[in-house]
Design a protein around this ligand. Structure first.
Ligand code: GLY
Length: 333
Protein backbone atom coordinates (compact mmCIF):
# COMPACT_ATOMS: atom_id res chain seq x y z
CA UNK A 1 0.00 0.00 0.00
CA UNK A 2 1.42 3.37 -0.98
CA UNK A 3 1.72 6.34 1.36
CA UNK A 4 -1.09 8.29 -0.34
CA UNK A 5 -3.52 5.39 0.03
CA UNK A 6 -2.45 4.91 3.65
CA UNK A 7 -3.07 8.57 4.43
CA UNK A 8 -6.49 8.39 2.73
CA UNK A 9 -7.43 5.45 4.92
CA UNK A 10 -6.06 7.17 8.01
CA UNK A 11 -8.13 10.28 7.32
CA UNK A 12 -11.21 8.05 7.30
CA UNK A 13 -10.20 6.64 10.66
CA UNK A 14 -9.22 3.30 9.13
CA UNK A 15 -5.86 1.65 9.60
CA UNK A 16 -4.22 -0.40 6.89
CA UNK A 17 -4.02 -3.40 9.17
CA UNK A 18 -7.43 -3.27 10.77
CA UNK A 19 -9.64 -3.37 7.70
CA UNK A 20 -12.45 -5.81 8.42
CA UNK A 21 -12.24 -9.17 6.69
CA UNK A 22 -15.20 -10.85 5.02
CA UNK A 23 -17.93 -11.38 7.57
CA UNK A 24 -21.50 -11.67 6.30
CA UNK A 25 -24.17 -9.85 8.21
CA UNK A 26 -25.71 -11.39 11.27
CA UNK A 27 -28.37 -14.04 10.76
CA UNK A 28 -30.06 -16.90 12.58
CA UNK A 29 -30.84 -19.67 12.32
CA UNK A 30 -27.86 -20.73 10.24
CA UNK A 31 -25.80 -23.89 9.67
CA UNK A 32 -22.36 -24.10 8.04
CA UNK A 33 -20.54 -27.29 7.02
CA UNK A 34 -17.18 -28.31 5.63
CA UNK A 35 -16.92 -29.08 1.92
CA UNK A 36 -19.45 -29.10 -0.89
CA UNK A 37 -20.94 -32.30 0.54
CA UNK A 38 -22.10 -29.93 3.29
CA UNK A 39 -24.96 -28.77 1.05
CA UNK A 40 -26.91 -31.99 1.63
CA UNK A 41 -25.84 -32.05 5.26
CA UNK A 42 -27.08 -28.49 5.72
CA UNK A 43 -30.41 -29.38 4.08
CA UNK A 44 -30.96 -32.11 6.68
CA UNK A 45 -30.01 -29.73 9.50
CA UNK A 46 -32.13 -26.94 8.04
CA UNK A 47 -35.31 -29.02 8.29
CA UNK A 48 -34.85 -28.80 12.06
CA UNK A 49 -33.49 -25.26 12.33
CA UNK A 50 -36.20 -23.75 10.12
CA UNK A 51 -38.86 -25.32 12.34
CA UNK A 52 -37.34 -23.55 15.39
CA UNK A 53 -35.59 -26.77 16.44
CA UNK A 54 -32.50 -26.97 18.60
CA UNK A 55 -29.06 -26.62 17.07
CA UNK A 56 -27.84 -29.82 18.76
CA UNK A 57 -30.61 -31.80 17.06
CA UNK A 58 -29.85 -30.11 13.75
CA UNK A 59 -26.12 -30.90 13.75
CA UNK A 60 -26.75 -34.51 14.74
CA UNK A 61 -29.27 -34.88 11.91
CA UNK A 62 -26.87 -33.31 9.42
CA UNK A 63 -24.07 -35.67 10.42
CA UNK A 64 -26.39 -38.68 10.32
CA UNK A 65 -27.36 -37.73 6.78
CA UNK A 66 -23.82 -38.06 5.45
CA UNK A 67 -23.12 -41.15 7.56
CA UNK A 68 -26.06 -42.75 5.74
CA UNK A 69 -24.65 -41.98 2.32
CA UNK A 70 -21.80 -44.49 2.74
CA UNK A 71 -19.43 -42.32 0.72
CA UNK A 72 -15.66 -42.61 0.71
CA UNK A 73 -14.95 -40.20 3.52
CA UNK A 74 -17.47 -40.64 6.29
CA UNK A 75 -19.26 -43.63 7.79
CA UNK A 76 -19.12 -47.32 6.99
CA UNK A 77 -18.21 -46.69 3.32
CA UNK A 78 -15.16 -44.62 4.27
CA UNK A 79 -11.48 -45.21 3.62
CA UNK A 80 -10.09 -48.04 5.72
CA UNK A 81 -6.93 -47.94 7.78
CA UNK A 82 -3.76 -49.63 6.53
CA UNK A 83 -5.08 -53.00 7.72
CA UNK A 84 -8.28 -52.61 5.69
CA UNK A 85 -10.48 -51.83 8.70
CA UNK A 86 -12.90 -48.88 8.68
CA UNK A 87 -12.69 -47.08 12.02
CA UNK A 88 -14.87 -44.07 12.66
CA UNK A 89 -14.43 -40.91 14.77
CA UNK A 90 -17.20 -38.48 15.74
CA UNK A 91 -18.17 -35.91 18.34
CA UNK A 92 -20.94 -33.53 19.29
CA UNK A 93 -21.08 -30.46 21.57
CA UNK A 94 -24.05 -28.36 22.67
CA UNK A 95 -24.67 -24.87 24.02
CA UNK A 96 -24.03 -25.91 27.63
CA UNK A 97 -20.57 -27.31 26.78
CA UNK A 98 -21.98 -30.80 27.13
CA UNK A 99 -19.99 -32.99 24.79
CA UNK A 100 -19.51 -36.59 23.74
CA UNK A 101 -17.22 -38.42 21.35
CA UNK A 102 -16.26 -41.82 19.98
CA UNK A 103 -12.99 -42.81 18.35
CA UNK A 104 -11.92 -45.92 16.48
CA UNK A 105 -15.51 -47.17 16.40
CA UNK A 106 -16.12 -50.16 14.09
CA UNK A 107 -19.27 -51.51 12.46
CA UNK A 108 -21.69 -48.89 13.70
CA UNK A 109 -23.49 -46.74 11.11
CA UNK A 110 -24.07 -43.59 13.14
CA UNK A 111 -21.05 -42.68 15.28
CA UNK A 112 -22.40 -39.15 15.82
CA UNK A 113 -25.47 -40.54 17.56
CA UNK A 114 -23.30 -42.81 19.72
CA UNK A 115 -21.31 -39.68 20.62
CA UNK A 116 -24.56 -37.99 21.64
CA UNK A 117 -25.43 -40.93 23.86
CA UNK A 118 -21.97 -40.70 25.47
CA UNK A 119 -22.75 -37.03 26.12
CA UNK A 120 -26.21 -37.68 27.55
CA UNK A 121 -25.93 -41.02 29.32
CA UNK A 122 -22.41 -41.20 30.75
CA UNK A 123 -20.24 -38.98 32.97
CA UNK A 124 -17.51 -39.28 30.29
CA UNK A 125 -16.59 -37.42 27.12
CA UNK A 126 -14.79 -39.97 24.89
CA UNK A 127 -15.19 -43.73 24.42
CA UNK A 128 -12.81 -45.60 22.11
CA UNK A 129 -12.54 -48.84 20.17
CA UNK A 130 -14.20 -51.95 21.58
CA UNK A 131 -15.56 -50.06 24.56
CA UNK A 132 -17.28 -47.57 22.27
CA UNK A 133 -18.75 -50.40 20.20
CA UNK A 134 -19.95 -52.25 23.30
CA UNK A 135 -21.59 -49.05 24.58
CA UNK A 136 -23.24 -48.51 21.18
CA UNK A 137 -24.69 -52.02 21.11
CA UNK A 138 -25.92 -51.70 24.70
CA UNK A 139 -27.72 -48.55 23.60
CA UNK A 140 -29.51 -50.17 20.70
CA UNK A 141 -27.21 -49.42 17.78
CA UNK A 142 -27.08 -52.49 15.50
CA UNK A 143 -23.71 -53.91 14.46
CA UNK A 144 -23.30 -53.66 10.70
CA UNK A 145 -20.29 -54.65 8.59
CA UNK A 146 -18.41 -51.83 6.85
CA UNK A 147 -19.06 -51.68 3.12
CA UNK A 148 -16.29 -49.80 1.37
CA UNK A 149 -17.62 -47.42 -1.24
CA UNK A 150 -16.31 -48.05 -4.78
CA UNK A 151 -13.93 -45.09 -4.44
CA UNK A 152 -12.56 -46.30 -1.12
CA UNK A 153 -12.18 -49.89 -2.35
CA UNK A 154 -10.35 -48.80 -5.49
CA UNK A 155 -8.04 -46.44 -3.62
CA UNK A 156 -7.22 -49.03 -0.96
CA UNK A 157 -6.34 -51.68 -3.58
CA UNK A 158 -4.03 -49.20 -5.29
CA UNK A 159 -2.43 -48.22 -2.02
CA UNK A 160 -1.81 -51.86 -1.11
CA UNK A 161 0.30 -52.30 -4.25
CA UNK A 162 2.77 -49.80 -2.81
CA UNK A 163 2.65 -51.45 0.61
CA UNK A 164 4.33 -48.45 2.19
CA UNK A 165 2.30 -48.84 5.41
CA UNK A 166 2.44 -45.17 6.17
CA UNK A 167 -0.47 -42.75 6.10
CA UNK A 168 -0.88 -40.76 2.91
CA UNK A 169 -0.01 -37.09 3.33
CA UNK A 170 -3.22 -35.15 3.31
CA UNK A 171 -3.40 -32.34 0.78
CA UNK A 172 -7.03 -31.71 0.10
CA UNK A 173 -8.03 -30.88 -3.46
CA UNK A 174 -4.38 -30.64 -4.52
CA UNK A 175 -5.14 -31.84 -8.01
CA UNK A 176 -8.35 -29.98 -8.47
CA UNK A 177 -9.14 -28.02 -11.59
CA UNK A 178 -11.88 -25.95 -10.01
CA UNK A 179 -13.02 -25.09 -6.52
CA UNK A 180 -15.49 -27.95 -6.29
CA UNK A 181 -13.61 -30.76 -8.04
CA UNK A 182 -13.22 -34.06 -6.18
CA UNK A 183 -10.26 -34.44 -3.86
CA UNK A 184 -7.30 -36.31 -5.30
CA UNK A 185 -3.60 -36.38 -4.62
CA UNK A 186 -1.19 -35.90 -7.52
CA UNK A 187 -0.73 -39.66 -7.76
CA UNK A 188 -4.50 -40.09 -8.07
CA UNK A 189 -5.05 -41.23 -4.48
CA UNK A 190 -8.27 -39.73 -3.17
CA UNK A 191 -8.20 -37.87 0.10
CA UNK A 192 -10.79 -37.79 2.88
CA UNK A 193 -13.33 -35.11 3.57
CA UNK A 194 -14.13 -34.81 7.23
CA UNK A 195 -17.66 -33.54 7.80
CA UNK A 196 -17.79 -30.83 10.45
CA UNK A 197 -20.80 -28.60 10.97
CA UNK A 198 -21.78 -25.88 13.41
CA UNK A 199 -25.19 -24.27 13.79
CA UNK A 200 -26.91 -21.35 15.50
CA UNK A 201 -30.60 -21.92 16.14
CA UNK A 202 -33.51 -19.48 16.30
CA UNK A 203 -33.10 -19.23 20.09
CA UNK A 204 -29.49 -18.11 19.61
CA UNK A 205 -27.87 -21.34 20.83
CA UNK A 206 -24.79 -22.85 19.18
CA UNK A 207 -23.88 -26.52 18.69
CA UNK A 208 -21.57 -28.55 16.50
CA UNK A 209 -20.81 -32.08 15.32
CA UNK A 210 -18.05 -33.85 13.39
CA UNK A 211 -17.97 -37.27 11.74
CA UNK A 212 -15.25 -38.97 9.68
CA UNK A 213 -13.52 -42.19 8.77
CA UNK A 214 -10.30 -40.27 9.37
CA UNK A 215 -7.10 -40.18 7.40
CA UNK A 216 -7.02 -42.74 4.59
CA UNK A 217 -4.85 -45.81 5.31
CA UNK A 218 -3.86 -44.58 8.76
CA UNK A 219 -2.08 -46.82 11.26
CA UNK A 220 -4.71 -48.94 13.04
CA UNK A 221 -5.63 -47.14 16.25
CA UNK A 222 -4.73 -43.66 15.01
CA UNK A 223 -7.15 -40.97 16.17
CA UNK A 224 -7.30 -37.60 14.42
CA UNK A 225 -8.63 -34.25 15.51
CA UNK A 226 -12.26 -34.93 14.67
CA UNK A 227 -13.42 -36.53 17.96
CA UNK A 228 -11.18 -34.35 20.15
CA UNK A 229 -13.09 -31.50 21.76
CA UNK A 230 -11.04 -28.33 21.26
CA UNK A 231 -9.27 -29.78 18.21
CA UNK A 232 -11.85 -30.86 15.60
CA UNK A 233 -14.76 -29.07 17.29
CA UNK A 234 -15.35 -26.45 19.92
CA UNK A 235 -18.47 -24.57 20.98
CA UNK A 236 -18.70 -21.70 23.45
CA UNK A 237 -22.25 -20.42 23.53
CA UNK A 238 -21.12 -16.94 24.63
CA UNK A 239 -18.77 -16.53 21.69
CA UNK A 240 -19.00 -18.94 18.77
CA UNK A 241 -18.20 -22.37 17.41
CA UNK A 242 -15.56 -23.80 15.09
CA UNK A 243 -14.71 -27.01 13.28
CA UNK A 244 -11.84 -28.23 11.12
CA UNK A 245 -10.87 -30.51 8.26
CA UNK A 246 -7.47 -31.68 7.11
CA UNK A 247 -4.45 -33.26 8.77
CA UNK A 248 -5.73 -33.90 12.27
CA UNK A 249 -2.30 -34.12 13.87
CA UNK A 250 -1.61 -30.47 12.98
CA UNK A 251 -4.96 -29.38 14.40
CA UNK A 252 -4.45 -31.31 17.65
CA UNK A 253 -1.00 -29.73 18.16
CA UNK A 254 -2.50 -26.24 18.40
CA UNK A 255 -5.90 -27.17 19.95
CA UNK A 256 -7.17 -25.64 16.72
CA UNK A 257 -10.88 -25.00 17.17
CA UNK A 258 -10.47 -23.90 20.78
CA UNK A 259 -7.91 -21.42 19.53
CA UNK A 260 -10.30 -20.15 16.84
CA UNK A 261 -13.05 -19.59 19.42
CA UNK A 262 -10.63 -17.83 21.78
CA UNK A 263 -9.56 -15.52 18.93
CA UNK A 264 -13.24 -14.70 18.32
CA UNK A 265 -13.59 -13.97 22.04
CA UNK A 266 -10.84 -11.38 21.62
CA UNK A 267 -13.01 -9.65 19.02
CA UNK A 268 -11.83 -11.16 15.76
CA UNK A 269 -14.27 -12.02 13.00
CA UNK A 270 -14.71 -15.75 12.25
CA UNK A 271 -12.51 -15.43 9.18
CA UNK A 272 -9.77 -13.52 11.01
CA UNK A 273 -9.85 -16.10 13.83
CA UNK A 274 -9.54 -19.00 11.37
CA UNK A 275 -6.68 -17.24 9.60
CA UNK A 276 -4.77 -16.72 12.87
CA UNK A 277 -5.10 -20.42 13.68
CA UNK A 278 -3.85 -21.40 10.22
CA UNK A 279 -0.90 -19.02 10.68
CA UNK A 280 -0.07 -20.76 13.97
CA UNK A 281 0.23 -24.10 12.14
CA UNK A 282 2.30 -22.66 9.32
CA UNK A 283 4.61 -20.75 11.67
CA UNK A 284 5.51 -23.94 13.54
CA UNK A 285 6.89 -25.59 10.43
CA UNK A 286 6.61 -23.50 7.24
CA UNK A 287 8.30 -26.13 5.06
CA UNK A 288 6.05 -28.97 6.20
CA UNK A 289 3.00 -26.72 5.94
CA UNK A 290 3.53 -26.55 2.18
CA UNK A 291 2.84 -30.27 1.99
CA UNK A 292 -0.39 -30.43 3.94
CA UNK A 293 -3.85 -28.99 4.23
CA UNK A 294 -5.90 -27.80 7.20
CA UNK A 295 -9.06 -25.73 6.95
CA UNK A 296 -10.96 -24.06 9.80
CA UNK A 297 -14.60 -22.99 9.66
CA UNK A 298 -16.21 -20.76 12.30
CA UNK A 299 -19.54 -19.21 13.24
CA UNK A 300 -20.00 -16.54 15.87
CA UNK A 301 -22.88 -15.79 18.20
CA UNK A 302 -24.29 -13.23 15.75
CA UNK A 303 -24.47 -15.78 12.94
CA UNK A 304 -21.45 -14.37 11.09
CA UNK A 305 -19.22 -17.02 9.55
CA UNK A 306 -15.84 -17.41 7.91
CA UNK A 307 -13.13 -19.90 7.01
CA UNK A 308 -9.44 -20.08 6.26
CA UNK A 309 -7.15 -22.85 5.00
CA UNK A 310 -3.45 -23.45 4.50
CA UNK A 311 -3.84 -24.24 0.80
CA UNK A 312 -6.28 -23.54 -1.99
CA UNK A 313 -9.15 -26.00 -2.30
CA UNK A 314 -11.03 -25.91 0.99
CA UNK A 315 -14.70 -25.08 0.45
CA UNK A 316 -17.66 -24.86 2.81
CA UNK A 317 -21.44 -24.80 2.58
CA UNK A 318 -23.80 -22.28 4.18
CA UNK A 319 -27.55 -22.52 4.75
CA UNK A 320 -29.64 -19.76 6.31
CA UNK A 321 -32.89 -17.96 5.62
CA UNK A 322 -31.10 -15.84 3.02
CA UNK A 323 -28.54 -18.16 1.43
CA UNK A 324 -27.88 -21.73 0.40
CA UNK A 325 -24.50 -21.96 -1.27
CA UNK A 326 -20.92 -23.18 -1.39
CA UNK A 327 -18.10 -20.74 -0.62
CA UNK A 328 -14.43 -21.19 -1.50
CA UNK A 329 -12.25 -20.55 1.56
CA UNK A 330 -9.43 -18.06 1.51
CA UNK A 331 -6.00 -19.64 1.97
CA UNK A 332 -2.53 -18.71 3.14
CA UNK A 333 -0.12 -20.43 0.74
N1 GLY B 1 -9.32 -34.27 10.13
C1 GLY B 1 -9.61 -35.64 10.14
C2 GLY B 1 -8.50 -36.48 10.55
O1 GLY B 1 -7.35 -36.08 10.54
O2 GLY B 1 -8.74 -37.63 10.87
Amino acid sequence: MNRKKFLQLSSLGLSAVSLPSFSPSAQKPIVISTWDSGMAVNAAAWDILSANGKSVDAVEEGARHIENELNCCVGLGGYPDRDGIVTLDACIMDEHANCGAVAGLEQIRHPVSVARKVMEKTPHVILVGNGAQQFAIENGFPKEPAKLSDDAEHAYRDWLKKSTYSPVINIENKKQNGPFAPNFFDDGTPNHDTMGLVALDASGDLSGAVTTSGMAFKVHGRVGDSPIIGAGLFVDNEVGAATSSGVGEEVIRICGTHLVVEFMRQGMSPEQACKKAVERIVKRDPVKAKTLQVGFLALNKKGQYGAYAIQKGFVYSVRSGSENKIHPSKFLI
